[in-house]
Design a protein around this ligand. Structure first.
Ligand SMILES: [Zn+2]
Ligand SMILES: [Zn+2]
Length: 274
């Protein structure tokens, strides 16, 4: 099936501890996930991918950490789309207090800009963090970052999405031998921290199904990981072959279905996933 037949696309403006923002493109426009860049940076990166501000219909927030909400106050000042955040996120975040947002609970199902958005709890050191499954017709995008383990909700709702974006934050040996103080290492590796390459690799064995065609490693640490390490871990778990010596992407060729493409989202290089 050629890519233009698909209903949904995922545009990732940047992913990592210095800023997060992605956009799901559907038939009625764009739904923004998190707003962690300045307005100018957000617009610059959108333009790089051929996207316009006027296309953004709604903003969904995963949780209140600054790398996900830092750009919100300014963005929302000139934004007339709907904003959605969990009860815990809204209570915790001063920046969102002035924003007129729809409040939901993890597990709720939202209707946003023609898309069905199923929310599920992730596990992070905040109240009510969430991940999402976006669907429209028979196309689906699964999205989960900032979670210490793959929660039951994630296992259920991310399964067999055509586009699957999942955190692969750190290489555990790099984290444990790196420069971060012990308490910070422990926080990152904890059940309320971030997914390691090995955890992501184990998860995708469960989550990748016959319909999954695009797998993207997300929220990769610039200190405790490398994009190629994350791609390699996912490729090995699925029996995929690296596309080049850099190891920046990999492909699983399937005899009886579409190929699966594996890559990693960086902090500073916007990508569009079709
Ligand atoms: Zn984060
Ligand atoms: Zn976080």
């Amino acid at each position: 099936m050629a890519h233009h037949d698909h209903t949904l696309h995922l545009h990732i403006l940047g992913s990592g501890s210095k800023g997060n923002c992605a956009l799901v493109e559907g038939p009625e426009g764009l739904v923004m996930i998190d707003c962690g860049f300045s307005r100018r940076e957000t617009l610059n990166r959108m333009h790089e991918l051929g996207l316009e501000e006027t296309q953004v219909r709604a903003l969904l927030i995963t949780h209140e950490h600054g790398d996900h909400t830092g750009g919100m106050p300014v963005w929302c000042r000139r934004f007339d789309g709907e904003v959605f955040a969990s009860a815990g996120t809204l209570q915790a975040r001063k920046a969102t207090a002035e924003v007129d947002a729809h409040e939901f609970m993890p597990g709720d199902v939202l209707q946003v800009a023609g898309l069905t958005v199923e929310t599920f709890p992730t596990s992070h050191d905040v109240v009510n963090p969430v991940g999402f499954r976006f669907s429209c017709g028979d196309d689906a995008v699964g999205f989960a970052t900032d979670t210490g383990f793959v929660t039951p909700g994630a296992l259920r709702l991310l399964r067999d999405a055509r586009i699957l974006a999942i955190e692969s934050n750190h290489d555990l040996p790099m984290l444990r031998t790196g420069d971060y103080p012990r308490y910070l290492q422990d926080r990152i590796a904890s059940n309320e921290g971030h997914l390691s390459n090995a955890q992501a690799a184990e998860a995708v064995r469960e989550l990748v199904g016959e319909h999954t065609q695009q797998l993207v490693a997300m929220h990769i640490s610039q200190e405790n990981n490398r994009l190629s390490l994350a791609v390699r871990a996912l490729a090995e778990a699925l029996g995929a072959q690296l596309d080049n010596e850099l190891g920046s992407s990999a492909t699983l060729v399937r005899r009886n279905g579409p190929d699966l493409h594996i890559r990693a989202a960086g902090q500073n290089r916007p990508i569009s996933v079709w």
